[in-house]
Ligand binder design. Structure first.
Ligand code: AMP
Length: 114
């Protein structure tokens, strides 16, 4: 999508602090981190929100989680615990309309989330 900021990060048109990328996904540091580690993992394919993922996207959806798990292992954050979050629609706090998995780590987290 030409006006999607995360599509532009995936294509390299806009700079981001990229921590991992391959043919399917890109992971980069959040501009406004909510934890010492706050990485966003996105599919290169434009999908506006998690509710729009379809059966054909099953492997891609799994890839988002597996990518986050690998980053967490690389950073040595598994033992301490980490949180993966997908916000869907404004009521849940979604502000960028391209699916993104938040990977948060490096601190303790409360429950329920705000
Ligand atoms: P959400 O509120 O779940 O839609 O999350 C969107 C996230 O994208 C927020 O945490 C923002 O800080 C982050 N964000 C927005 N623009 C950028 C950008 N250009 N580079 C990195 N992170 C961004």
């Amino acid at each position: 999508m030409s006006d999607c900021i995360f599509c532009k990060i995936a294509s390299g048109e806009i700079n981001a602090s990229i921590v991992y990328q391959d043919d399917e996904v890109v992971a980069f540091n959040d501009l406004n981190p909510q934890a010492p580690t706050h990485v966003l993992v996105i599919p290169r394919k434009h999908v506006s929100r998690v509710s729009e993922l379809e059966e054909a996207d099953a492997a891609l959806a799994g890839r988002l989680i597996l990518t986050a798990n690998q980053i967490v292992r690389d950073l040595g954050l598994v033992e301490a615990g980490y949180r993966l979050v997908l916000n869907c629609n404004e009521g849940a706090g979604q502000s960028v309309w391209h699916v993104h998995l938040h990977l948060l780590g490096g601190r303790t987290f409360g429950w329920p989330p705000g």
